[in-house]
Design a protein around this ligand. Structure first.
Ligand SMILES: [Ca+2]
Length: 226
């Protein structure tokens, strides 16, 4: 009985093996598996979060450091006379490397003469290329008077825009050493729109400028906000 059981079991196993081998034809021997490349973990650099300001707190329009035109935003500039025919008065500009504010470059030197029998005013003009300064709230610059040649106690400055408005303000804090000047936009009488500024001017007036001849130096003219 036990023998016949073994015979039957062996027979059944043989049938199963034969059946399996018939159902599944032998597959080609698998090729040796290629080594699996384990991707290296990505190293992520820690990037600090930077909060970008939409507008810088200050923009320099003219630092005169190249010693040539134009200014830092591509605008031309120069001196002007109300009455060029009157040669007894006038204004002139120069790039001065000796009196400059800071370490490098030049500053602007403005020499004026309003000493004449006729009404006289003259000064300096600089194009602002329709700059939108509405994000700022003041004009800034450095100013110094020349102790040897003399300098005025009061100078008029102007900002003009594309709408034809001219804003006027007076600077009175001039001394023989460099000092920063801040003129709030609200101090410019006659202009309300600072979104398209066309020109900045300095005006020496015979009715105001004392002494009537002298020299001032300007540097780092720009706009700023608190
Ligand atoms: Ca300079």
């Amino acid at each position: 009985m036990r023998r016949s059981f073994f015979v039957l079991s062996a027979l059944a196993l043989s049938l199963v093996v034969i059946g399996c081998s018939q159902k599944k034809p032998s597959a080609p021997a698998p090729e040796p598996a290629a080594p699996i490349e384990v991707p290296k973990p990505e190293v992520r650099e820690e990037i600090p979060e930077v909060v970008c300001e939409e507008v810088r707190k200050e923009i320099i329009i003219a630092d005169f450091d190249s010693g040539a035109k134009p200014n830092n935003i591509g605008g031309d500039f120069g001196s002007w006379d109300k009455d060029p025919g009157d040669t007894t008065q006038g204004a002139s500009m120069a790039f001065n490397p000796d009196q400059k504010y800071g370490k490098d470059g030049f500053c602007l030197e403005l020499d004026y003469d309003v000493d004449t029998q006729n009404p006289a005013y003259n000064g300096f003009w600089m194009k602002l290329k329709d700059i939108d300064a509405s994000a700022y709230d003041k004009l800034v610059m450095y100013i110094k008077g020349d102790d040897v040649k003399g300098y005025p106690q009061k100078v008029k400055i102007e900002l003009k825009n594309a709408r034809g408005e001219t804003g006027k303000a007076y600077i009175t804090q001039i001394s023989g050493t460099w000092a920063p000047i801040e003129v709030p936009f609200s101090s410019f009488q006659g202009i309300n729109d600072f979104s398209d500024l066309t020109e900045f001017t300095v005006v020496f007036e015979d009715s105001v400028s004392r002494p009537k001849t002298g020299t001032i130096y300007l540097d780092n003219i720009g706009f700023a906000r608190d």
